[in-house]
Design a binder for this molecule. Structure first.
Ligand code: TMP
Length: 209
């Protein structure tokens, strides 16, 4: 079987973690081998980079340094986990991938979409997700979930609402541009309804394998 690479995107607090857990369980119950990963992170080196990126003590990090750290973590994840797993025909579900860098660094930080795309494709050796679920919640929706969660805010979650608004809009723009790959899902619906839509799309994808 050919491998399948699925990614989830959205603002912090959009419900990605819950949906990834549901999808992973669903696929495993079908007897499929599933690998889940998170960006930044997912490897020994990537976990260290994640810590640097999210540490609030690094509040003044330059935008370019931030971008290279995300890409470094991604290059390691692709070379150690995603590339080999796809080669063995596995299903990989990744919590964020380069669409995050396009939107957060390319659009919200203003570094440019083309530049980030070029860097990202270099980091991934040209690997692009087969399917991306964008769980769309507006800034207020994401903030509501974040304030209800017990984890304290990291460096990026602490950014101001203006930054988050441009991420929200950037994601919508990206989903229109890559509408074949990026599936826009209304993240404000209840958990079961969201998962129903994801499951329906995944079942169609599995039939093609
Ligand atoms: P997480 O909390 O969803 O694991 O992601 C960590 C934070 O890093 C989140 O606020 C989004 C941000 N991020 C970027 O700014 N650029 C990227 O390329 C990635 C993968 C995440």
């Amino acid at each position: 079987m050919k491998g399948l690479f699925i990614t989830f995107e959205g603002l912090d607090g959009s419900g990605k973690t819950t949906q990834i857990a549901l999808l992973s369980d669903y696929l495993k119950r079908k007897g499929l081998e599933v690998i889940t990963a998170i960006e930044p992170g997912g490897t020994a080196l990537g976990d260290k980079i994640r810590h640097m990126l999210l540490d609030r003590e690094n509040a003044g990090m330059s935008h370019k340094a931030e971008t290279f750290l995300f890409e470094a973590s991604r290059a390691e994840l692709v070379s150690k986990v995603i590339g080999p797993a796809l080669g063995r025909g596995k299903i990989i579900i990744c919590d964020r991938f380069f669409d995050s860098t396009i939107v957060y660094q390319g659009i919200a930080r203003g570094l440019g979409v083309e530049k980030i795309m070029e860097l990202s494709l270099w980091a991934t050796d040209g690997i692009v997700p087969d399917l991306t679920f964008l769980l769309s919640v507006d800034v207020d929706g994401g903030e509501e979930r974040l304030s209800g969660s017990s984890k304290s805010r990291d460096r990026i979650e602490s950014e101001e609402d203006k930054f988050k608004q441009s991420i929200y809009e950037g994601y919508l723009e990206l989903s229109r541009k890559y509408s074949d790959r990026i599936i826009l899902v209304d993240g404000k619906q209840d958990i079961k309804k969201i998962f129903g839509q994801i499951k329906e799309r995944i079942d169609r994808e599995l039939d093609k394998l």
